[in-house]
Ligand binder design. Structure first.
Ligand code: ZN
Length: 194
């Protein structure tokens, strides 16, 4: 899809930022940093840019276009997706969700409100829990930051979680190990924060 062209522009208007240049109406390849490891380039976005200082003013339609382009990216979870997943998992409140996931409440709130995007790895972790509600329930029952903490003699939560999610693999420790070196490790990173 081509970027929509706004009907109005600031072309020729004096730039207040530097007081010397004038705005040009141009198309740029906009880079949106939606998470540290996953910048998204949105090509051909119409903007007003000062020919002297580079001050850039985004028309509303271009901002919308950037947002919808980012939302179409398959990888990082958007706020809407997070909200849907939380509701599907039967969690009413954001602070409860952050608690279960082992995340800071503020961090989780920023993600669900769309102010920030989670990293790819956290997105995989949450998607995985959404795919395996029984694993999510296990996490929830653990009341992670409460009194129920794991004793050192217990199995690593990463292993228990993986066994629970992949019972077939649990019968085959070698295969389980292979799987655990991939995306499930993200869960381990969070579990380690206990
Ligand atoms: Zn300027």
């Amino acid at each position: 899809m081509n970027a929509p062209k706004p009907t109005k522009s600031l072309a020729g208007t004096a730039c207040r930022e530097c007081g010397e240049g004038h705005f040009e109406f141009i198309q740029i390849d906009h880079i949106e940093k939606i998470s540290n490891d996953n910048p998204v380039t949105v090509p051909g976005v119409w903007v007003n840019r000062c020919d002297h200082c580079g001050e850039t003013v985004f028309p509303a339609i271009s901002v919308k276009y950037i947002q919808s382009s980012v939302a179409d990216q398959p990888e990082p979870l958007t706020g809407q997706e997070l909200e849907r997943i939380r509701e599907e998992l039967g969690v009413d409140r954001q602070d409860e969700m952050s608690e279960i996931l082992g995340l800071g409440t503020k961090t989780y709130h920023k993600w669900e409100s769309g102010a920030q995007f989670p990293t790819l790895s956290i997105s995989y972790y949450i998607r995985m829990l959404a795919e395996f509600p029984e694993a999510f329930e296990w996490l929830r029952a653990r009341s992670w930051r409460g009194r129920n903490r794991l004793k050192t003699a217990e199995k690593s939560p990463l292993v228990i979680g993986a066994e629970l999610m992949f019972p077939v693999l649990a019968a085959n420790p070698g295969r389980l190990n292979t799987v655990m070196t991939s995306r499930i490790n993200y869960a381990g990173v969070l579990f380690a924060k206990v």
